[in-house]
Design a binder for this molecule. Structure first.
Ligand SMILES: Cc1cc2nc3c(=O)[nH]c(=O)nc-3n(C[C@H](O)[C@H](O)[C@H](O)COP(=O)(O)O)c2cc1C
Length: 204
């Protein structure tokens, strides 16, 4: 079992990364392997709407000079996907939007590559606009036929300077509860698909 997390902040190891790591720590304690990819420093262009992914159907984006195809692969191989972003003018960052548009279009062009994987959004905010950011990311999971677990609050942590979110006690607790619910759900889905595979092989 594996969860891959993407931090869409251009600020490496900032508040979004801290929040994501709180979720990943719980997942690791539950026996789930994790990986954190930080988009800071990566130059990722948005979708150019060429629709080659719908024609080629090879689970790849035509733009090959960045890491999007590597990220599609990482998502495809994982049981769960965390997308984290700070709030920028009440929305996700352009880095996260480019990741969503490009990987989402490739996934939809290839029979919903992420179908029934578990998805969770993680958001850092200084004051306001966290909910539209959270909603935008969740729309990615839902249109990709993914399954979204809840937490004890919406998955948002409050802070401005690097490290501020550590003082948001409730925000941290929300991330930990999210980790527990995500682990619970991944294990249930995994057990179900194992049972289905066994049933199928008995029929053969
Ligand atoms: C360009 C820019 C726009 C921002 N817009 C908002 C905003 O709309 N609402 C808000 O509360 N904070 C806003 N912030 C503050 C960040 O969301 C906040 O500092 C967050 O903790 C940064 O997370 P990071 O350390 O992961 O980058 C903005 C920051 C930047 C640089």
């Amino acid at each position: 079992m594996k969860v891959v997390a993407f931090n869409g902040s251009p600020r490496k190891d900032g508040n979004t990364a801290i929040l994501i790591r709180h979720v990943l720590k719980v997942l690791e304690e539950e026996g789930i392997e994790t990986e954190l990819v930080q988009l800071a420093g990566e130059s990722i262009h948005g979708c150019n709407a060429c629709r080659t992914c719908f024609k080629a159907k090879n689970a790849r984006c035509i733009i090959e000079n960045d890491k999007i195809n590597e990220y599609v692969q990482k998502m495809k191989e994982s049981d769960g996907i965390i997308l984290g972003s700070p709030t920028y003018f009440s929305m996700m960052t352009p880095e996260m939007k480019a990741l969503i548009d490009r990987t989402g279009y490739v996934a939809r062009a290839n029979r919903h590559l992420f179908k029934r994987k578990v998805g969770a959004a993680v958001v850092a905010v200084r004051r306001a606009g966290g909910i539209p950011t959270f909603d935008g990311i969740n729309h990615f999971f839902l249109i990709n036929q993914m399954v979204v677990p809840g937490s004890s609050y919406w998955n948002i942590g409050i802070g401005r300077k690097k490290g501020d979110v550590e003082s948001d006690e409730e925000g941290i607790r929300t991330m930990e509860d999210l980790g527990k619910n995500m682990a619970w759900l991944i294990k249930k889905l995994k057990a179900r698909s194992k049972r289905n595979t066994e049933k199928k092989s008995r029929k053969l």
